[in-house]
Write a protein that binds this ligand. Structure first.
Ligand code: TYD
Length: 135
């Protein structure tokens, strides 16, 4: 399936009370130039988001705080990746249907995207997605 789990450079402060710092650079650590960033926050455990695919947009997803399960579907297979560590990122190519499950309250999903927001490049209907990937 067309995704990659990557290790994001993470620098922990020598003082554990000061936490860590996680870094991703466009066109270096991730295979595209970043046009947009967003994050999803204040979501409660066991709630699901996503339910869409993109026609053009590449994305880096990572979860700096909490745990989020990412279920990916290319129209043939379904694979699941758990983001449960700030240094774990996933690069998603276009054409993957995704469903995101919040495993704990207030987990934060950070996203870097290759495209500006364009609702027309989303596929939000599952049957339309299957037609899109099988043609
Ligand atoms: P949506 O993609 O529906 O979130 P999810 O699939 O996780 O439930 O986005 C929620 C709302 O935010 C929707 O009204 C579109 C808007 N939005 C933007 O305006 N710009 C953006 O870059 C994104 C990602 C969403």
């Amino acid at each position: 399936m067309d995704y990659n789990v990557i290790n994001l450079k993470t620098v922990m402060n020598p003082d554990p009370k000061l936490g860590g710092l996680t870094i991703a650079e466009g066109e270096r650590d991730i295979p595209f130039a970043i046009k947009r960033i967003y994050c999803i926050h204040h979501t409660e455990a066991e709630y699901h988001r996503g339910f869409h695919a993109h026609k053009k947009n590449w994305q880096l997803l990572f979860c700096p705080c909490g745990e989020i399960e990412i279920s990916l579907n290319d129209g043939k297979n379904v694979e699941t990746v758990v983001l449960d560590d700030p240094s774990k990122g996933i690069i998603l190519s276009p054409g993957l249907w995704r469903e995101l499950v919040w495993k704990v309250d207030n987990a934060v999903l950070c996203v870097a995207a290759s495209e500006y927001y364009d609702p027309n490049e989303y596929i939000r209907d599952y049957n339309e997605f299957l037609t899109y990937v099988h043609n």
